[in-house]
Write a protein that binds this ligand. Structure first.
Ligand SMILES: Cc1cc2nc3c(=O)[nH]c(=O)nc-3n(C[C@H](O)[C@H](O)[C@H](O)COP(=O)(O)O)c2cc1C
Length: 485
């Protein structure tokens, strides 16, 4: 299924102000250049007129979006500056009380292309909270989040939390009290646009869960979608990866678990398998390879053999319906184990350097053992490979980067509560299969722990809840260590 076309810009909210993220400050140079900086880190935002530079100073407290919505040269300059800051993830948006300037809501973008847009709501429209929305404490703040939203909302006024609680049931916009209406309406319109709230069809549907989205969304459990979007990159602004956030508070757990106090049966007296035993040898030789020999890249023939060994469909079969009136379900057999025989994992290959195969993105059609070329821009391919190179701290990009994507619904159609965890376990078994096959073929590979789910959705033009990345594996011919002369 294709992503829906981009919605046209709606009217800009008059009461929203853009504010520079509190960790950053703006540095105005005498030549008109403006940079946002945090310690030694600095982002140049371009050169601006004196009037624009003066106006930009208000970004530290909040610059109303309406103040630069016009067509004057100054407004256009400020608009360009603010959008540059937004794309760098350096802005938040405040909705404040007109009485005491208190922040009622602060919107923190989670994706670079977030911009506060309002859905159009009339008195007769009915809205309800998304089943994916949740309020939680973060530090001293209450935050409203949803794995479907491009921003999170800091809630600065308990009255707003009460309004949100009331929205656990569908409510007509006209029900909101007249005095609170203009602010509430603005917030509700922002929340509908962010998919924290949903606007219900007048016809009334098949129940709130089914009304919220397509069949693929219906199958997602709340905790699974939160887990997926919060344990990957692309849909959140939290630090990802080796950040050692609490290293000064908690010591590192040991590499090997301290022994339980029970009696010990020493196994070392039993012989280890002989040197010619294949599996133990393969397991001992397996290791991660991050540096690849670009003068002697992996060949298309080797890639075909690798995919044949690890991921090809070996046979297909059907099961009887699971329940009365239920559908027949099709199954396949493949070389690695998969929970419930679901085989929901798909392989997308970003090829940078493979002899006999053009650079580009390919889907592995495991049923017919073929590669199918897909259209992805050179920029997107570069972004994908560079992120993998960065994750491996490698000197160059991998020759082939395999993104393992899941057709989530294939597992969640059957399993409740455990669907996403089963998918991750399946990824683990496929990754070990990749490692062993690469070792056996004299190739090198490395698993990669983070993936940008937003980038993949853009590359494949599939919505991220339908099919998305759950793992990655870099493959190529490993560089031989240089012999010291
Ligand atoms: C799930 C998983 C994620 C991993 N992610 C990364 C990664 O992002 N970057 C990296 O350089 N290595 C990654 N690795 C490789 C491990 O660092 C490696 O397996 C470990 O250090 C043991 O070394 P060996 O594979 O050479 O035996 C990952 C391995 C696994 C299984």
């Amino acid at each position: 299924m294709r992503a829906p076309p981009k919605k046209p810009n709606r009217k800009i909210a008059p009461d929203i102000a853009a504010r520079l993220s509190h960790r950053f400050s703006l540095r105005m140079q005498p030549d008109g250049n403006i940079a946002a900086s945090l310690g030694d880190y600095s982002v140049n935002l371009g050169q601006f007129s004196e009037a624009a530079t003066d106006r930009a100073r208000h970004l530290s407290t909040g610059l109303p979006l309406a103040s630069f919505a016009g067509k004057s040269i100054l407004a256009r300059e400020i608009d360009a500056l603010v959008h540059r800051l937004a794309r760098q993830g350096l802005l938040e948006y405040r909705l404040s009380s007109t009485r005491d300037e208190r922040d009622l809501v602060v919107i923190e973008p989670q994706v670079p292309d977030y911009w506060p847009r309002r859905a159009k709501l009339g008195k007769r429209d009915t809205v309800v909270l998304s089943r994916f929305a949740y309020l939680r404490r973060r530090g001293n703040e209450m935050v409203l989040e949803s794995p479907r939203a491009g921003a999170l909302f800091q809630i600065g006024d308990p009255a707003i939390a009460a309004t949100l609680a009331a929205l656990s049931q569908p409510r007509k916009i006209g029900e909101f009290k007249a005095k609170a209406r203009s602010f509430d309406l603005l917030l509700l319109e922002l929340l509908v646009e962010s998919q924290v709230l949903l606007k219900l069809d007048t016809k009334g549907g098949d129940g709130l869960r089914v009304d919220e989205g397509d069949g693929n969304l219906v199958l997602w459990d709340f905790h699974d979608l939160v887990f997926h979007t919060r344990s990957t990159e692309g849909r959140q602004a939290n630090p990802v990866g080796a950040a050692f956030t609490y290293a000064s508070v908690v010591p590192p757990p040991p590499a090997v678990r301290p022994r339980w106090p029970g009696s010990k049966i020493d196994l070392r007296k039993f012989p280890s398998p002989g040197p010619n035993s294949l599996l133990p040898k393969l397991l001992r030789e397996r290791h991660s390879t991050r540096d690849f020999d670009d003068k002697h890249p992996v060949t298309l023939r080797e890639l075909a053999q690798f995919l044949d060994t690890t991921a090809r469909v070996l046979s297909e079969w059907k099961s009887e319906p699971y329940f009365d009136g239920g559908p027949e379900v099709t199954y396949s057999t493949r070389p690695y184990p998969s929970a419930g025989s679901a085989y929901e994992l798909e392989l997308y290959l970003a090829v940078s350097n493979c002899e006999g195969l053009a650079r580009g993105l390919y889907h592995y059609d495991a049923g017919s053992h073929a590669l199918v070329a897909m259209s992805a821009s050179a920029q997107q391919l570069q972004a994908l490979s560079v992120a993998a190179q960065f994750a491996m701290d490698a000197p160059r990009q991998p020759q082939i980067l395999i993104t393992i994507a899941a057709r989530f619904g294939r597992v969640s159609w059957k399993y409740s509560s455990i669907a996403y965890s089963l998918i991750l376990k399946n990824v683990g078994s496929l990754i070990q299969t990749f490692y062993l096959a690469a070792t056996d073929m004299g190739l090198g590979g490395c698993a990669i722990g983070t993936t940008d789910i937003d980038l993949f959705a853009k590359m494949t033009q599939q919505e991220l809840h339908i099919e998305g990345p759950v793992g990655q594996f870099a493959l190529g011919r490993g560089k031989k260590p240089e012999v010291q002369g």
